[in-house]
Design a binder for this molecule. Sequence first.
Ligand code: UGA
Length: 439
Amino acid sequence: MRITVIGTGYLGAVHAAGMAQFGHDVLGVDVDATKIDQLAHGVAPFYEPGFPDLLRENIDAGRLRFSTSLREAADFGDVHFVCVGTPQRSGSAAADMTYVDAVIKGLAPHLSRNCLIVGKSTVPVGTAARLASMVAALAPAAEGVQVAWNPEFLREGFAVNDTLHPDRLVVGVESAEAEATLRQVYAEILDAGTPYIATDVATAELVKVSANAFLATKISFINAISEVCETVGADIVPLAAALGHDPRIGSRFLAPGLGFGGGCLPKDIRAFLARAEELGVEDVLTFLKNVDAVNVSRRRSAVDLARAMLGGSLKDKRIAVLGAAFKPNSDDIRDSPALYVASALHESGAHVRIHDPEAIENARTSHPALNYTTEVQKAFEGAQLAVHLTEWQEYRELDPQYLSTLVTTPQILDARNALDIDLWRAAGWTIRAMGRPTR
Ligand code: UGA
């Protein structure tokens, strides 16, 4: 099939390459000419394991091209996937729909043949219906253009696998014809026996925000219990393990620590609440405000704990910061808990030196006042405290014995509960962890 993927960020670029991998003829489109140029030359504009190979393989096979032209997209595609961002609107909790709307306004006037527009962006419920009205007013071939919704559940860091082997496929369609088209697009995934749910567009839109709201709730739940543990001297790590053995609860997304960040979970729960308010059903979702509040409070707790470990003041203290990305295996620093904490330490007068295996460039661009290093041991040199904020595998493999010779004071705050406490203690470190007792 001839497929366009409009918006080539973390989601769209991988989706475009994935569709090409399934044998479709794919055109990736973005307004960012630099990004399109990079992609066209087989260069990944962001860090995502496995993506560079998938990109180059499909460009070389002649199935994947890139363009900045929505007119070209309209002429080319049988199916147009909309994958642009829906960030939080500035000064509001709601989603900013500017980019989604701009795609429809730019694309629809050129649609002179039958096609299916498929939204993948995370949007407020009711968006597909609204876009369908826009298309009906703008597209020359309006009769033959339909809008469907096909939420995406991929996780950054696992985007290639999640695209090629998703754990479920959800399509929101308004006609049997639209469903047949999507079945054709995803034939390979369906043949593999992937659970498949076809529903209406509003339900499909809601599936996505509900999934992210549930995940956020699960994380804030364990972090709320973590605060209780801190108060009574109990230990959140064995507690979470014990809960996780109950298959009704499950151990995934139950990792206590610094909480969630990124370009999805935080803004999605806020946009969900904002939409619920518009619909007059905010009361039933009030708990999401607590989910958000608990999440933000963990970041402040980490700063407070760091201050306490440094004797009550951060002023002029040298701190090694491990991690800038919002999670490991990603260079994404959007709403990163790690950068939030690093900035707060800096603003309180500490001298931070931040290391991250992949996200330094992005972090430097967004937080130019902070200090960075690409060599982890440089972060430790002369430090009076180290704070572990993003749980990269590399940090689990550090040698605490050697690092203790570099620092001024061997003490570390493990805000992700991912380090081997006994190993660090045996090497002479004072280690404190979120939700764990001081021993
Ligand atoms: C999230 C969802 O997991 C995807 O299913 C969804 O497709 C995506 O948002 C999206 O809406 O596009 P992602 O933002 O890549 O994916 O990251 P997650 O793996 O969900 O992690 C989110 C945050 O939660 C990270 O900051 C992570 O460190 C934190 N987290 C995760 C915890 O604090 N504890 C956990 O147990 C798990």
